[in-house]
Design a protein around this ligand. Sequence first.
Ligand SMILES: [Ca+2]
Ligand SMILES: [Ca+2]
Ligand SMILES: [Ca+2]
Length: 509
Amino acid sequence: MKNFTHLKKILLLLALTFAFSLQGQYLVNFEGEDEIKPAYASGTVNLSGLDWDMTEALIGNLEADFKFGERSARLRGYATSSMTMLQSKPNGLGEISFYYRRYGTDAQVDWKVEYSINQGTSWVQVGDDFTAPASDEVQQFVAAVNVDGNVSIRIKRAIEDGTANRRLNIDDILLTDFGDTPTVAIPVIMPGTGTYFNPITVEITTTTEDATIYYTTDGDDPDQSSTVYAGAIAISSNTTLKAKAYAPDHNPSIIATAVYTFVEPSFTDLPYSESFDDGLGKCYVHSVSGDTKTWLWNNNEWAQMNGHNSGDVEIDWLILPGIDFGNYLFGTMIFESWYRFGEDDDENYLKLYYSLNYPGVGNPADYDWTELPFTQPTAEETWASSGTIDLSNVSREQVFIGFKYQYNPGTYRWWQIDELFVNGEPVGLNQLDATSFNVYPNPAKDVVYVETKVSAELSVLDMAGRIVHHEKIGSGSTRIGVSHVQAGTYILRLELQSGEIQYSRVQIK
Ligand SMILES: [Ca+2]
Ligand SMILES: [Ca+2]
Ligand SMILES: [Ca+2]
């Protein structure tokens, strides 16, 4: 009896050791040396020890591929696109999780995850269908399965249609074992993966009692040597936060990951030109409505937005880098546009706006915009010039200019924009505070006096850059009659004999 008990103890210990060594997970991260599949055609590839079929899917390593490490799966988005385990995983299936994001700026389609306990004879869906958003926000798919035995999974189109590139990247597919030992609930990171414009405070929780959460901010997988979570974490720069929770008599949780991307507004000096030769350049894109479509650069050397087939109201902005018009006079803008299909009316249009309070990133719908009319093409599939858009009346401060695409389902118009050019006459700040001449009174009514130390050519220009008065003046004080001039702000331009040009502003009542 004693021996038997002893044997039982050894067996139990062995069983525990065995269970512990098996306890765990099957991770597919596409990083293995032989995990290569460069073409979309259907083929078999061994991923972390088990064979998979990848159809209309490859293992991608390009810049446009979302990936952790060097490689990830790129599913093309065709009707038949799928990745399917040809060999089953032992030890059951507890939870399945993976990360996904659109490839490049591709429009997206729906996908689903299924598992099989009979080597693929029949399949059961796990969780809900999923579609990557029209943004670079990395998403995590997590669902509990909790079945025993040998289990395989597949990821495939939810609706099997289409032969257009709607590419999706998937990485770090994690299948945890199913077991009697409970697993700590996956930590919840709030707020989660996303694009942020201001520093955030992040909290991590788990519903498992007595669990300790460990986290990293350098992309490494956390373990019990990582930092213990002891309260909210401040994050203000691009960060991958990973958290894993441990509790007594539990398997550790799977790793929760949040990827924070902080977007900085971009600015430009004038002249600014954007020919979209290599991408969207300094232009910023924001989809206010309609997750699957946004402005994109489609390798054709222009910017494009087309809501075709999205089924949603598409409100999408293409925004130029900020311009400080305090540094320029007589701003102008010109560009070319092209459209096809669709119908325009008050609710369906492409319009150009500027904003004085938009910060350069974030949702343009939250800010004030003033329309800048432009000439549109008179026929489909014809590139047309916008004509010179006068920006001289745009307030002399930091300005963002943006195209707003707004179309309802059924009226979608395909718009293309190219050859943007914004120009202005530079004005040094100290020139506006010109010290070598003095203008008074300011504001003026009928008469303004210009006092200089040297003789010069004086021009009075309206805000559109038209010269309304011109004369040569000598040193000393010169009287200029302005009673015939319309009320408004005018620029006094003084060209010295040295060629130097100085400016000042005068208000005429
Ligand atoms: Ca990877
Ligand atoms: Ca171009
Ligand atoms: Ca959209």
